[in-house]
Design a protein around this ligand. Sequence first.
Ligand code: NAP
Length: 492
Amino acid sequence: MSFDLVLLGGTGDLAWRKLLPALFQAFRHGSLPEGGRILGVAREAFDSDTQYRDWVALRLEAIEGEKRPTSEEFARFAALLHYVRADLSQPDDYAALAARLHERQADSVVLYLATAPALFASVAEQLGRSGLATPQTRIVLEKPLGHDLASNRAINASVLRHFGEHQVFRIDHYLGKPSVQNLLALRFGNTLFEPLWRRDTIANIQITIAETLGVEKRGSFYDGTGALRDMVQNHALQLLCAVAMEPPVNASADAIRDEKLKVLRSLRPWTAETLARDAVRGQYTAGQAAGERVPSYRDEPGVHLDSHTETFVALRTEIHNWRWAGVPFYLRTGKRLASREAFIVVNFRPTPHAIFRTPTDSANRLVIHLQPRDGLDLHLFAAAQAPRRPAAPATSATPLLSAVSLNMDFDQRFGAERVGAYERLLLDVLAGRLNLFVRSDEQEAAWEWVEPLLDAWAQAEESPRGYAAGTWGPSAASALLARDGYCWTEEC
Ligand code: NAP
């Protein structure tokens, strides 16, 4: 199966940091199909394949430890790399790209749009007009796909004019994380949890995606985007779908995507009352990160001094169906938070009748760790060994249980077999597997749900609530749960 993988934007940050290292790892693991070419496309930078290869060599040499290639390995990988100079805003330049692709007839051609989202619609249009949208072609779209529902629909419409939905691979790299695939395996490959996975036994579900970094060099991009578009509309809602969806009829892409779509369509729509009560937006002020003093968001390069862009979002929502009616789902994400981690917490209800006491009246909890570690912790209670000779008479007739946990560390268990998110997704594109990619109707449903929030925050006169860098966000995010009698995991 020969392939041509075209990185449109092959010299950008995404290609440099994620795509080229992931492709090298796939090559090293022997998972890249034989007979492939990787073609980087950009306007500037290089005049020849050799210069592009030298640039990629610099990137791979900077990798720490075992993942760094030997010179012999890089020489073999470099033979796959080519460079095409083209300006994607110029219709005539597509001929140069077409000529390179027509040098041979690869079994599949993957066009990866790793370039500015503003170019997506016109690039899709030009690819179609220049004869590059053939039945052998797949197109990969990076997030953010649009700025709102209308722009998302416009991009999807341009793309779908020239490509069938089965040829379109919309990336949400969270879906490439092994832990998200494990969540589906846990739910639908085991009988243990599914009977408990419902309103009768689950009190609430919390999804956290926390970053310690600020906006780094992307201040101007982020200031026009914000956390709701950058993290909630895509990653957090995809995680919510994975945790809340009904069992699909089989493991095919459409069966899974049909179920995710139903979740998105069942999310409680926003009203004026819930917008005011169940949504918190914050913006970081100066504080600490990794022991260092860091500036406020408004003092970051590229950010407006009076910016109202949110760097933190916490939401409370519900899913209107039989399985989940009345169960609160809390989503939280932010930059410059206390810790870099992503996890989902499933809080079970307390036992219906207590004959034991538990520490701080807690109940069973399943924590699905997504990053930095990948694993599951199931929090249970056990009777601790009673001392042989009690020092004093027992103060209560109700025995106290101790917290214990079942800890499954997938990194440790599967170790070297683990495949990184971008490597997994790139291999799936090359194999034509759509399971881990987002369908257009799913994406539109997600935009539709966040749009009232986007509108309300765009019109709001007051600024987002401040929170000091290095904390868990504004106190209003805690109040969101406290009203229901709950707390975020780190507060309980
Ligand atoms: P970037 O660093 O600005 O790179 C853009 C790339 O596109 C460069 O190779 C640039 O090279 C090329 N390019 C720009 N205009 C072009 C044109 N008219 N014709 C041909 N090539 C053109 O952007 P990025 O950070 O890599 O982001 C790429 C995409 O991935 C964006 O959609 C972004 O939102 C998404 N994304 C990025 C990240 C990340 O970590 N960086 C994460 C998630 C999603 P020339 O300027 O030389 O043409």
